[in-house]
Design a protein around this ligand. Sequence first.
Ligand code: GLN
Length: 533
Amino acid sequence: METKYIFVTGGVTSSLGKGIISASLARLLLARGYKVTIQKFDPYINIDPGTLNPYEHGECYVTVDGHEADLDLGHYERFTNTPTTRANNITTGRIYQNVIDKERRGDYLGKTVQIIPHITDEIKRNIKSLGSKNQFDFVITEIGGTVGDIESLPYLESVRQLRWEMGKNCVCIHLTYVPYIAAAKELKTKPTQHSVKQLQEVGIQPDILVLRTEHDLSLNLRKKVALFCNVDPAAVIQSIDVPSIYEVPLKMHQQHLDEIVLTKTGLPINGEPHLEPWMNFLHRMKNATETVRIGLVGKYVELPDAYKSINESLFQAATYNDRKLDLQYIHSEKLNSGNVEQMLSSLDGVLIAPGFGQRGIEGKFVALKYAREHDIPTFGVCLGMQCMVIEYARDVLGLADANSTEMDVTTKHNVIDLMEEQKSITNMGGTMRLGAYDCTLVEDSIAAKAYGTTHIRERHRHRFEFNNEYRQAFEEAGMRCVGENPETHLVEVVEVPSLRWYVGVQYHPEYNSTVLNPNPLFVDFIKAAISKK
Ligand code: GLN
């Protein structure tokens, strides 16, 4: 079958949930047996979001092949259960870098290099490359930003050209917002009409409109939008707020989004999508009555998007344990020995978040000491694991000045130290230890039991590591190194077996947890938290 290309654009405002709509459509097409991938174009100049502060765009996601990516790729994986790669997230910076590299090599044979056709050709090449070699039946491409932004123009121009070239193999979905004016008690379609006009001005006629709304949209309202925007009335779909993003695929299916896409691309509609496993998850989610209370200790807690994948992994794990997740955000900068009891005592489990730099680190140590001394199930992720090691060194090994050289280059007890291959690196972008690495687990460890295997592969994003010179001292003092990289012997997992569940992982298991395949370590952590009750 020829690959079909679906473009998802947005208008009126950002944060309408283009990523969730793209992911929901992908889920429906996958459930109909098609091979589907989702790609995101980000219109900023950064090469990737790796060097961005989480306050800018939320968490940085990492793909198996070690690309630092936009957090929407996390949604794509959680919904599709299919790994993404660096080809799934492209920024304007990368497009320009490729074009400039080609220009320097002389590939353009003396031509003047311009936005059209050179930048647009590079964009189109990146879209089509995912469909080449029949890898995928559907490539869904989400265009970041909002129609009307200067930065999005080259992308929209590329979409216009591709539609022209590919005809029926292309579908454009445009997302807009229908505001409710409370004083007038009215839903307003004008912003949608204007937004579609803007899209038409750049030569794109949307095939499908998805209207984000907080209130039910009447048939009449949708007909009106259809009339003004040259779209089939049936292809005007509402995306009403739902309690969980994981319900969106069903909402879209109820309005036949998948069927409309199949019809528009000339494909047959063979029965219903196979959504049973997904429905099973939703069923458990809705029927859970008891809660599990987890504290997330981090410094970006005022911005939940900074820990998006951790939140979702905890939620999935709670659901598979038939529990509602009660997630308490605990600001590590505000935590001290005076208030730790009040902040942590009611928790069933504590997760110490990943991060970079000194800010908030002392609060993490306070939380860890309390959790360890009160035997609260505790999960340390990346920096969280490194903090576990440092706190244990200070309090149990008696090395009061133990630290990571990230926080103190002169520390005498560098229990966490810069990795050897990191020492000569000066460039900050894309140079950490990134992507999936093998890890061998000790057979009787909590981790091995949770995974049900001693060979795992998880994704990393760090520069510092457990210092193996201290390995024996830790083991003798009761902290075991139960997971290591088989080639480099880098320590990837530590545990304190005398405690109920005290596990730190140098990798990021949260990148590898999906609705249909929750990460086993998260599931086991929640299980331990529940049994603590
Ligand atoms: N800052 C630590 C390091 O670079 C941990 C990174 C993280 O938590 N992702 O090793």
